[in-house]
Design a binder for this molecule. Structure first.
Ligand code: PRX
Length: 569
């Protein structure tokens, strides 16, 4: 296929060129830009919010929160005071440094106050996506022995409060809060706007994001305070954030993009950050870009494809002239989408590649670089990436293999929570193995090829087949279940389940729907299989493990490969 080349434009003329940035790069030099460099004592919430007030920018708008036709705006000073109130509220409840504090709320200013407040105490924040249902919430809170959850009356029923032995505080927003719980609103109103921040070591915990692999329960990926060095510099270089920018990252803070680039990177760079509540529609999204005069926009291929598919050029009704830089993450950015971006925004869409585990950008279309349509770009300055074979040998250009990075970048995960063997399994020697396959071309551009494991990427969200299979077999009609990602033109992949029923159950469409709703209500909407196919039995290894590889081959009409270890009865 012919590769389209999109030349760098003077739109990013003030950016260093890639080679200069790379050749002169050292993490040590970036560290010196932080106020904690001399003392060694740090706190993300201070660097992101309070510092800007101390440095005379208290009146600058930090946050525009838009929900339908309503916009609430907060200055850095107001963010400082509100997060201090939240910190006092949590401290009064007994929350201490190192405690795991979960935040389970729909996007709202309160969510951001609570999150920053928890960080000011030195707690480790566990953000939960608002679509999670009880099992997803329970698995995460149980694994991390969470002491506290901050939630809303709507989401509270999904928190198994009586079954989590380590849970001490349930803090609920809204007006009529049951006396058993702490009222966020009442305590917040009473709380002082002054707070003494807990000063931390740069290796102390920051945030715990759960993410899916192909086997086992979701893994708790723990990041340290020190991640800020990379989040800051990638915000500056890759997002190209400047003093006057209005920046919108569309990801929910339940996922890593919504924290690293929805909270930390923009505020470390003192940008005005935009949060849009409510559901996606082309009108509401274009409306937000227009009304808030967004200049830098970070979103995902599925969203771009949904906008692309919207009828009658909805985009023409909006004035998007403020927009100057658009970026993408989470799934392969198809060359057609880059082309569409040029047509509708007259801007290049800059792909970025990274993962929950990497904590920040790793491979990027640096703003001053030529873009090859369909390529993820080149390593962030300071990051060493390569392609290696399964033994850990580096491969020459244009050979497909494991996308790997040299350990030691600042935002790298520090732990898989309580699971050292799992953490160790990511590495071959010094190389961190991403689980993606890719190749590097002769110019040093990286090209994504696929996941090496069975992880499903649907609409930019990473779902583990095991988690869904475990939920499916809880349904009374399901004997066994195997789940795969089926290619889909809009969502990248959709979740497809193959199910063998227990004796006595009929394979009807009603039952399919019932099973789908069962997963949706028990786990999360995005994890519910969009397609279900009943089979008499599923292909298994001798040890009883369902062979998803064979299911995928069935689905795609491919040869199934080596079946020698399959069950023969
Ligand atoms: O397969 C890659 C895909 O998303 C995975 C990481 O998922 P998660 O931890 O949920 O983080 C998503 C956003 C940081 C990767 O292993 N992925 C991420 N970015 C890209 C991508 N695939 C192709 N192109 C990308 N730019």
């Amino acid at each position: 296929m012919k590769v389209e080349l999109y030349k760098a434009t003077d739109q990013h003329a003030n950016m260093p060129d890639y080679k200069t940035a790379k050749d002169n790069f050292s993490w040590e030099e970036i560290e010196k830009e932080f106020s904690w460099y001399e003392s060694g004592k740090v706190n993300m919430a201070y660097e992101a919010i309070d510092k800007h007030v101390d440095e005379g920018h208290g009146d600058k708008i930090a946050l525009h929160y838009k929900l339908d036709d309503d916009i609430q705006s907060f200055t850095f000073k107001e963010m400082k005071e509100n997060s201090n109130k939240a910190a006092n509220l949590l401290k009064n409840a007994g929350v201490k440094k190192g405690d795991r504090v979960f935040i389970f709320m729909a996007r709202s200013p309160e969510l951001y106050f609570a999150l920053l407040g928890a960080l000011k105490i030195g707690a480790i924040v566990g953000p939960l996506f608002e679509a999670f249902m009880e099992k997803a919430v329970r698995d995460r809170m149980e694994n991390s022995d969470a002491s506290t959850i901050v939630t809303t009356p709507e989401l509270l029923p999904r928190v198994p409060v009586d079954e989590l032995p380590h849970l001490e505080n349930v803090i609920v927003s809204g007006d009529d809060v049951d006396e058993k719980y702490i009222s966020y609103k009442k305590e917040f109103e009473k709380a002082s706007t002054e707070f003494d921040i807990e000063w931390l070591d740069k290796e102390d915990g920051l945030i715990l994001h759960y993410t899916s692999g192909s086997t086992g329960q979701p893994k708790g990926v723990l990041h340290a305070q020190y991640a800020m060095v990379q989040q800051y510099i990638s915000g500056k270089y890759v997002l190209d954030l400047k003093e006057d920018d209005v920046y919108w990252c569309t990801a929910d803070p339940g996922w890593v993009t919504g924290t690293s680039y929805g909270i930390f990177a923009p505020w470390l760079n003192r940008a005005t950050n935009v949060i849009v509540g409510g559901r996606f529609s082309p009108e509401s999204w274009y409306g937000a870009l227009e009304e808030l005069k967004v200049t830098v926009w970070y979103s995902a291929p599925t969203a771009f494809r949904m906008l692309m598919g919207s009828s009658d050029n909805v985009v023409e009704k909006y004035d998007l002239s403020a927009l100057r830089h658009v970026l993408s993450v989470g799934e392969p950015l198809n060359p057609e989408v880059v082309k569409w971006g040029m047509e509708v925004f007259n801007l290049r869409i800059h792909d970025t590649w990274w993962m929950t585990e990497t904590g920040a950008h790793m491979i990027v279309n640096f703003p001053s670089m030529d873009i090859k349509g369909g390529s993820m770009g080149k390593p962030l300055p300071g990051v060493e990436a390569t392609i290696i074979d399964d033994q850990g040998n580096e491969l020459p250009p244009n050979r497909m293999g494991n996308l790997a990075m040299k350990s030691g970048w600042p935002a790298m995960m520090r732990e898989i929570y309580k699971n050292k063997p799992k953490y160790d399994s990511y590495f071959i020697g010094d190389w961190y193995i991403s689980g993606d396959s890719a190749y590097m071309d002769e110019d040093g551009y990286f090209w994504f090829q696929g996941r090496v494991d069975d992880v499903i990427m649907t609409a930019g969200e990473r779902v583990g087949p095991f988690e869904i299979e475990s939920k499916l077999v809880e349904h009374e009609a399901v004997q066994e279940a195997g789940v795969i990602g089926k290619p889909d033109p809009v969502r990248g992949e959709i979740v497809k389940a193959f199910i063998a029923l227990r004796d006595g159950y009929e394979p009807t469409d009603e039952l399919k729907e019932e099973i789908r709703v069962f997963v949706k209500n028990g786990l999360a909407a995005h994890a519910a299989p969009r397609e279900i196919e009943f089979k008499d039995s599923l292909p298994k290894t001798r040890s009883g493990k369902i062979m998803r590889r064979v299911l995928k081959a069935w689905e795609l009409d491919l040869p199934a490969g080596d079946l020698s270890s399959m069950d023969d009865d």
